[in-house]
Design a protein around this ligand. Structure first.
Ligand code: 5GP
Ligand code: MG
Length: 186
């Protein structure tokens, strides 16, 4: 059997630490939205945020909706600030709602910058972003999330929903992928 753990150089965030991060984020979200009087719609960005979304939402004790989007962003090679392609869109309106986008990790910042602009343009009362992980050193556009689980260094991580070539999403922790796994493949 190929045990996925053998491809992990080191564990960055254990299951226990991830639980603590979700507790802290849920408390921040409660402070912001528990008594807003508006509908709260979480928009989880597929596929990477699915584990994070499941753990976070089970810590939210007040009414909220969950929707999914699948998007990809492109660099600035042909467009001054990049653009976003929507592969799976919402099936509902977010007009008047408080929207919180759930993302696994922010890298260049392009995905969330574009996606939050797109949803704000659909008449949401507010659009905020909640990310499990943030790599500020990699930012290419000016973008900051409203709720950040943990800032991490510029390393490639997998697990807890995050993949490399569609693998490793099922690891229960976030780990640094051993460079030997992708050596010669890029
Ligand atoms: P950006 O912020 O550059 O628009 O894109 C963020 C996306 O890049 C994430 O949602 C994720 O799909 C991917 N990404 C960035 N850094 C990593 C990483 O360290 N590991 C994995 N698995 N994906 C990453
Ligand atoms: Mg992602």
């Amino acid at each position: 059997m190929h045990n996925l753990s053998q491809d992990i150089e080191r564990v960055l965030l254990s299951e226990r630490e991830l639980g603590g991060i979700c507790d802290a984020l849920a408390a921040q979200l409660a402070g912001q939205y528990a008594d807003s009087g508006r509908e709260l719609v979480f928009v989880a960005v597929l596929k990477g945020s699915f584990v994070f979304a499941a753990d976070l939402l089970r810590r939210i004790p007040f009414p909220c909706a969950l929707e999914f989007m699948k998007v990809s962003s492109y660099g600035a090679e042909s467009h001054s600030s990049g653009f976003i392609q929507v592969h799976l869109d919402l099936k509902r309106s977010v007009e008047g709602a408080d929207v919180v986008i759930l993302e696994d990790i922010i890298d260049s910042g392009r995905t969330l910058q574009k996606l939050s602009g797109l949803l704000a343009g659909r008449g949401a009362h507010s659009v905020r972003c909640c990310t499990l992980l943030d790599k500020p050193a990699r930012r290419e556009v000016k973008f900051e999330a409203d709720f950040v689980g943990r800032c991490i260094p510029d390393v490639f991580v997998v697990g807890y929903g995050l993949d490399y070539s569609e693998r490793y999403r099922n690891l229960p922790y976030v780990g640094v992928l051993s460079p030997t796994v992708y050596a010669g493949k890029t």
